[in-house]
Design a protein around this ligand. Structure first.
Ligand SMILES: [Zn+2]
Length: 213
């Protein structure tokens, strides 16, 4: 997922100057001596438009994929990245994403499943501006529940559950959707979707992308 883009949040994220405090971090920063950034697949590439495969092998290759995914996400200045966004047919996503309370969440989830929220508990974000590295330079308003929880496993196969609020909840939903073949623009009205694709056609990404055949 792309960084926050709406003005309200841009303002929130200006450096706090003298009042700057250490940001609370949940998770561990990746070892950036490992891995290589790969180009990002974009709208129209078949790997983004179908469900990808469950991970069944928890080995060095999987660890290396996660390293590459963090490198690719940082190179593109994203806050979340799904494996099919670098062309890999496996259910893995990584994130380094702030929530609305200024907490920075870092990690990965393998074979994620979004938890169903209890009926009646769905709260919706009002200022939901969303973007995607695979729909470069486009942004659109998309209301989402402001709480999400994902269950899955880590790279060693141990069960994990990741929950988040605000912008991080948006990220968890966005990245899980990727692995089931959905982009955020698939959730927009026909008109907004068309507008997002127009923004993409008119813009130039600031990172390497995979040309579509
Ligand atoms: Zn995305």
């Amino acid at each position: 997922m792309a960084e926050q883009h709406d003005h309200q949040h841009d303002h929130d994220h200006e450096p706090a100057g003298d009042a700057a405090q250490p940001v609370k971090v949940v998770g561990e920063e990746p070892d950036l001596s490992k891995g290589t950034a790969r180009p990002i697949t974009v709208f129209g590439n078949p790997v983004l438009h179908r469900e990808v495969k469950d991970v069944t092998a928890f080995d060095g290759e999987l660890s290396a994929l996660i390293d590459d995914m963090f490198q690719s996400m940082y190179a593109a200045e994203g806050v979340g990245l799904a494996a099919n966004q670098i062309g890999v047919d496996l259910k893995v996503f990584v994130y380094d994403c702030p929530d609305d309370e200024g907490v920075r969440h870092i990690g990965h989830v393998i074979n994620p499943v979004l938890e169903e929220l209890p009926a009646g508990s769905r709260r919706v974000l009002d200022d939901g501006n969303e973007g995607c590295l695979s729909v470069p330079t486009a942004y659109a308003e998309l209301p989402r529940p402001d709480y999400a929880a994902v269950t899955g496993v880590d790279k060693d196969g141990n069960p994990i559950r990741v929950e988040g609020t605000g912008f991080f909840a948006r990220c968890l939903q966005h990245e899980t959707d990727h692995l089931y073949g959905f982009l955020y623009i698939d959730k927009l009205s026909k008109r907004d979707r068309k507008d997002a694709l127009r923004q993409m056609a008119e813009g130039t990404p600031r990172y390497a992308t995979v040309p579509n055949a």
